[in-house]
Structures are given as C-alpha cells and as structure tokens.
Design a binder for this molecule. Structure first.
Ligand SMILES: [Zn+2]
Length: 380
C-alpha cells in the first residue's frame, strides 16, 4: 500500500529516476514497462511511507550531538536509518556558548546525505533560552535569557532549522522575531508560558511546541497554561514523545482531537544511551542517566525524565494504538508535518511526484524493512 497526501492508501508502484519520484501509479507495471527498467524493487505487498523525519533527537548508541564528533554523528545517522528516519535534526542540549557553537559546527560539517545513514538537514537548538523552573533534564546552570550577540554567533553557520525557547521572557520573545526572520522555526519549550504568553508568542515567530506535556506549565480550567494554549491555539504544531512514559496514552488522544492530523509531530527526543542495554550511563559530563524497563524509562539521579530511547517506528505504532486512528490519518505526523514546519516539504516529507525518493517499507508489524534516501537504499 502507498500512502500519499492526495488519496487514501492504494496498491501501486513508483517510478524513481535518479533521486526523485518520477511517477506514482496504481496497479502493477506492464511487462513492457518492467523490461525498460534498470532495476525493480519488489515491495512484496508491504507498506510504503515517506521516510520518517525526526526533528528532535539528541543521539544514541552512547553518542550525543554535544560530542561534536563527525564519526559519532555518522553512527547516530546510521542507527536512525535502521528505524526508518530519512531526515533528522541533530539536537543540542542546553550548554555553554562555546559547547553549543562547537556542536553547531560539527553538525554543519555533517549536513547532507550520509553513507548508510539518514540525512542531516540542519540543527535543532534545544535551549539555552529556557525557564529554569521547567529545566527538566536541561542543565539549569546553563539556562539564560536570549542575548543578541550570542544569537549572531549561533546564526553564523546558517544551519539552524529549529530553536526551542521559553517565550514568557521579553528577551526570548524578541529572539523569536530574529530567528523567524532568518526562516528558522521557533518552538516554545521548557516554559511556564501562560495562555496569554503563548498568544503573544505566536505573533513573534513561535509556531511549535516542544514535547507537548513535558517541561511546561500545567493545564487549568481558569488558566489554560502552556498545555492549554498549545492545544487550543491553532498557530501551534505540537511535538509529542509518544513512548507512553513521558505522557499518558489518553493525553495523546486529547492532542489528536485538539490538533488533528496536520498539527502533530511525533519525535523521539532520544538521548545518548538509546539503543544500549539497561544500565547507568553518562548523560552529560555532569550527570548520569539510569535506563530501566527495557530501555523505556530513562531518569537522572534527581528522578527527572531525561529524554527517551524511543524510535520513530515505535512512536508511530504507539500513537495509532493510543488514538485509534488509522495509518491513513496518522502518517503525516511522522513525516510531512515535520517537513512543513522546518521548511523542507517542497523536496521531501511525502510521496508525491517530483519529490525526493525518501521512502520506507514497513511490514505488517510496522517494522522497518527498507530505508531509501534520495533513491539509494541505505538500510535493508
Ligand atoms: Zn530534547
């Protein structure tokens, strides 16, 4: 079955030339057409989706974006491809200016397709301009207000696609305008923003919510808070860590009802120990993280949740189970919505004529059987 924006899923085939989807057809190709092909991939009745796009992912296999190491970034990219990710944004943690710039430079050197791994399409700065009250696993000592000189230094590389900030501070609100003017997506995260703050932020470039429900002000019926604002204000597209640990399955159903199929982005927020056996591992050079319950529960010594070991294929399965929605309704939440938010949907994010052949094949258990990036099979 092929999932496209224009139709319900159908049986068919794609013609791929070089990096792009040349045509999308129903049924089967004629023998003459088959004869004219250089290569035929028999999908064997599996599900063909646009490759997953993970806009919020810190690392895995013991490696982290903050290591600022090209070989480690490549190892992360390869692991992502095994779980169906065709494009991703390596994501920083809140740290010093020097460490952040170091990470930006490393990711910048890694931009593009990676031999055997998913494509790096930019960098996501998670912080450092947050509300220390909602630090979560972010280093409270490095949290600060937005600073114009520092922003200029961050913007130098020209590869930031997404930044998360707490919009309740005037400096961070003004920073929203600066980043948005550069075409960078601005997300409200690790924030105690009120409903009114989020209304204002939407006029200063903020259009996304960092991991809805986590690291934010609670919902109230008289003060809807960050959660209420995220759900009620149409300007916001919400990230969700759909691992059933960071938030209850019922809250995913609420988000689905409130935001619909085009305003939710499933993310992994996976961190360094993701993909390693249960145990105790370094999180940053200051903190350790304990992984338990078969890689599903990752906590700092303080008890705070520290990202996840989730994968995008698992997130998709969980989200369908939690919402009761079908793949026809949900597939956008793992690709197209993210592509739109970070400004790459003209090239990728859906199965459409002319777009890049960034594709995945899933079996009937939604296990990734093949990952294709720009027409090349990178995982099988
Ligand atoms: Zn994160």
């Amino acid at each position: 079955m092929i999932y496209t924006p224009a139709n319900l899923a159908f049986k068919g085939w794609l013609l791929i030339q070089d990096k792009n989807i040349l045509s999308i057809e129903r049924g089967a190709p004629s023998p003459e057409t088959e004869k004219a092909m250089d290569k035929i991939i028999d999908a064997g009745g599996k599900t063909l989706l646009p490759g997953f796009i993970d806009v919020h992912t810190h690392g895995g296999l013991g490696f982290c974006t903050m290591d600022a190491d090209l070989e480690r970034l490549k190892a992360i990219a390869r692991r992502n491809a095994e779980h169906g990710v065709t494009s991703f944004l390596p994501t920083t943690l809140t740290d010093t200016r020097a460490a952040t710039i170091h990470a930006i430079e490393a990711v910048t050197a890694r931009i593009g397709v990676c031999d055997g791994g998913s494509k790096t399409v930019g960098i996501h700065l998670e912080g450092p301009y947050f509300n220390p009250m909602k630090a979560g696993a972010q280093d409270p000592d490095s949290i600060r207000r937005a600073d114009k000189d520092e922003i200029r230094a961050f913007l130098n590389a020209g590869t930031i696609r997404l930044i998360a900030m707490a919009p309740e501070f005037p400096e961070n609100l003004a920073a929203g305008d600066i980043f948005a003017a550069e075409g960078i997506t601005v997300s409200a995260g690790h924030t105690n923003a009120s409903y009114a703050d989020l209304m204002t932020a939407a006029e200063h470039g903020y259009s996304q919510i960092t991991h809805l429900y986590n690291g934010m002000g609670a919902f109230g019926h008289r003060e809807p808070g960050t959660i209420g604002g995220a759900l009620a204000i149409p300007a916001y597209t919400c990230e969700i860590i759909c691992d059933n640990v960071h938030s209850h399955p019922a809250t995913h159903r609420i988000a689905w009802k409130a935001k619909g199929s085009e305003k939710i982005i499933l993310i992994t927020d996976c961190i360094r120990p993701s993909g390693l056996p249960d145990g105790k591992y370094p999180f940053t050079d200051k903190e350790m993280v304990t992984v338990s319950e078969h890689g599903t529960n990752l906590r700092l010594d303080s008890g705070n949740l520290a990202g996840s070991a989730l994968t995008m294929d698992r997130a998709l399965v969980n989200f369908m189970a939690n919402t009761g929605a079908t793949l026809d309704e949900v597939w956008r939440c793992t690709s197209l919505n993210a592509a739109r938010q970070i400004g790459i949907s003209a090239e990728t994010g859906s199965i459409e004529k002319g777009k890049l052949a960034d594709l995945i094949l899933l079996d009937d258990q939604y296990q990734v059987k093949m990952t294709m990036i720009e027409g090349e099979i990178v995982y099988q």
